[in-house]
Design a protein around this ligand. Structure first.
Ligand code: ADP
Length: 614
């Protein structure tokens, strides 16, 4: 199998045709200095040809036909994998690209203005020119989707961060994930048993704490500006500095240019962003160059110390990227005197470390007795992107659709008939809307009732409106034990042979003869959604949800409910939500069904599951 991997930046395009199983390239094309008179295209390292184009979109139009022409005989493309820098909250895994996904990536342009528009231009051009192929998007932020809330939140007012989508996302995830796996292979361990700190030190730079295979902290934040000192980016700053400069008359563009292009190693040294030049000047006694190196190394050490504390110990510290792989001096400055955390530098091994010449791509520069290993790992982001895309292509039958499903946790609640509303809240009373719910026309009410069970009572249980033809109480299994009631798992409205309960409101009590259920986990969707997912009303599916608290779950026995008046959303109860460690804005992925079952209005889920599995 061979895939085309496209990595489109604002002034360059990297296009590799490779075998995802081995990473072996059969073709490389590079377009550089796009948008300038000096633009060039190189295929397989041959002499460059002129490629004067105004932007990435026109460069891709020229590059792809040339690349297809140069494809060796016998090589066919099984798909195209696109690197996308920012996946936002939505894209937490690689996805097949359709028009809707393309629009979703475009919607992220405002939070990744330097990167996503170029990625998108590549996607659009390639989808048009290679329309017979599947296109997959692989995101730099996706690996960090597991950041716990405490790591991904800024200490700003919650309403503001919600409104503006302000949170930490992290970047370089493709590289961090790849080198962490390589390090685990070298350590002959399972990534799930290891605590690693991966340092990607290239022109951009970030550190990641990888706890048992999952990113739990990383130094880049909402944008790739936070964290380490980089080639031209400043990394961490006191935000008060920005306020000060604004008061001094700096404009938004000037600040942007200052922080992204004039800072970092270039700003500190005054010598440009290439560490090779800075190291050379430092050796000749240039004090600014020496200070730049000191500050760079100090910042990385600071993060390693902090991340070791967060991980509660570290089994390996991994260096990658142009600087991490090539600068023995920088690795030395960063890793000397880390013995206190169990990492002991072997100076000679460090000087000689060259991961690229080793078959496994790993060079160990720690001493024999070092409890925590110091490793150089050659990153290969194109290979990582191809592997991720290949997994998705080969897993075609399992993952039914790229569209993520919002998951909402329903707290215990009550639906009432109008006559019960009046019995509980007074004659002529009608329900008062407190806030709308996601399903059109549904709302949470100001009114609450007390559920009085045989054992105990539950107060302030929310009533949902509008009034219904039959009253119904939806509680969790934990609530059932608390109340002393045994209610079956049922679809909403399916209340034959269910237990009753006493409801109490300010104006009186109502004894329900029946109507207490534990809601059957279900997905509301429109007919268009059901076409997209290839499921029908009454089908039973599995949904995988990933959790910020390492409690990922696959929910089986999820009922599909289709109506033009629904909005796509999965509903689970509080027990289920807590079991999966779900928080607000959780999303699920629909997996293949175990079979179909038409929704019957009798029996419990326990009766239905065997039927579903037929
Ligand atoms: P990018 O983030 O653009 O992919 P790279 O990972 O290729 O960048 O890293 C580029 C940087 O690596 C260069 O700017 C240079 O500072 C540094 N670098 C490469 N080789 C060496 C070397 N031998 N010694 C010191 N620094 C090096």
């Amino acid at each position: 199998m061979h895939l085309l991997v496209l990595n489109c930046g604002s002034s360059s395009i990297k296009a590799d045709v490779l075998d995802p199983a081995t990473g072996e390239r059969v073709l490389r094309a590079r377009a550089e200095r796009i948008g300038t008179e000096a633009g060039v295209l190189r295929i397989n390292g041959a002499a460059p040809t002129g490629l004067v184009t105004v932007d990435v979109a026109s460069a891709i139009e020229r590059l792809l036909p040339a690349l297809l022409d140069a494809l060796p005989d016998g090589i066919t493309l099984a798909g195209t994998a696109h690197r996308v820098v920012h996946g936002g909250e939505r894209f937490t895994h690689s996805v097949r690209i359709d028009d809707e996904v393309e629009a979703g990536i475009e919607a992220l342009n405002p939070i990744a203005p330097l990167h996503n528009p170029a990625n998108l231009a590549g996607i659009r051009g390639a989808r048009r020119l290679l329309s017979g192929l599947e296109h997959i998007a692989v995101f730099d932020t996706a690996f960090h989707a597991t950041l716990p809330r405490r790591a991904r939140s800024y200490a700003l007012p919650a309403s503001l961060t919600r409104e503006h989508g302000i949170r930490r996302y992290g970047f370089h995830g493709i590289s961090h994930a790849y080198v962490a796996q390589r390090a685990a292979d070298y350590l002959v361990g399972d990534l799930r048993d290891l605590r690693l700190i991966t340092c990607h030190l290239g022109n951009g730079a970030s550190v990641c704490a990888v706890e048992y295979g999952r990113s739990i902290e990383t130094s880049m934040g909402m944008t790739p500006l936070e964290g380490l000192v980089m080639g031209t980016r400043c990394g961490d700053l006191d935000p008060g500095i920005l306020l000060h400069l604004l008061r001094e008359g700096y404009t938004e563009e000037q600040l942007d240019h200052l922080l992204n292009r004039q800072s970092g190693l270039a700003g500190l040294s005054g010598l440009g962003n290439d560490l090779r030049d800075i190291e050379e000047q430092a050796a000749d006694g240039n004090e600014r160059a020496q200070l730049a190196i000191h500050i760079y190394a100090h910042r990385v050490r600071k993060y390693i110390g902090a991340y070791t504390a967060i991980l509660g110990g570290v089994d390996g510290i991994v260096f990658t990227g142009g600087i991490g792989e090539n600068s023995a001096l920088m690795r030395h400055r960063i890793t000397q005197r880390l013995d206190f955390l169990g990492a002991r530098l072997d100076e000679e091994a460090n000087r000689e470390a060259d991961a690229t010449v080793r078959r496994d791509g790993v060079a160990d520069f720690s001493t024999r007795g070092s409890r925590s290993r110091l490793l150089v790992v050659a990153t290969d982001e194109e290979h990582a992107i191809a592997m991720s895309a290949a997994r998705l292509l080969l897993d075609r039958d399992r993952v039914r659709g790229a569209r993520p499903i919002p998951v909402a946790v329903s707290a215990r609640h009550v639906h009432l008939t109008q006559s019960h509303v009046e019995a509980l809240f007074g004659e002529g009373h009608t329900l008062t809307e407190r806030n709308p719910l996601s399903q059109p026309g549904q709302f949470a009410c100001e009114e609450t009732v007390t559920l009085i069970g045989p054992k105990r009572s539950l107060e302030r249980v929310r009533v949902l409106g509008p009034a219904r033809p039959e009253s119904q109480v939806e509680i969790s299994r934990t609530d059932e034990f608390f109340l002393g009631i045994d209610a079956p798992v049922r679809a909403s409205g399916d209340i034959n042979n269910t237990p009753g309960i006493v409801l109490e409101g300010p104006a009186g009590r109502v004894t329900l003869e029946r109507g207490v259920i534990c809601a059957w986990r279900h997905i509301h969707m429109t007919p268009e959604d059901s076409d997209h997912f290839g499921v029908a009303d009454g089908d039973i599916v599995e949904v995988a949800v990933s959790s910020a608290e390492q409690r990922d779950l696959v929910f089986g026995g999820v009922l599909i409910r289709v109506s033009p008046s629904f909005q796509l959303e999965m509903h689970i109860d509080t027990d289920e939500g807590n079991a999966a460690g779900l928080c607000k804005d959780a999303r699920g992925v629909l997996l293949a069904t175990g079979g179909t079952a038409s929704l019957q209005r009798r029996g419990t889920i326990h009766d239905r599951i065997p039927e579903a599995a037929e």
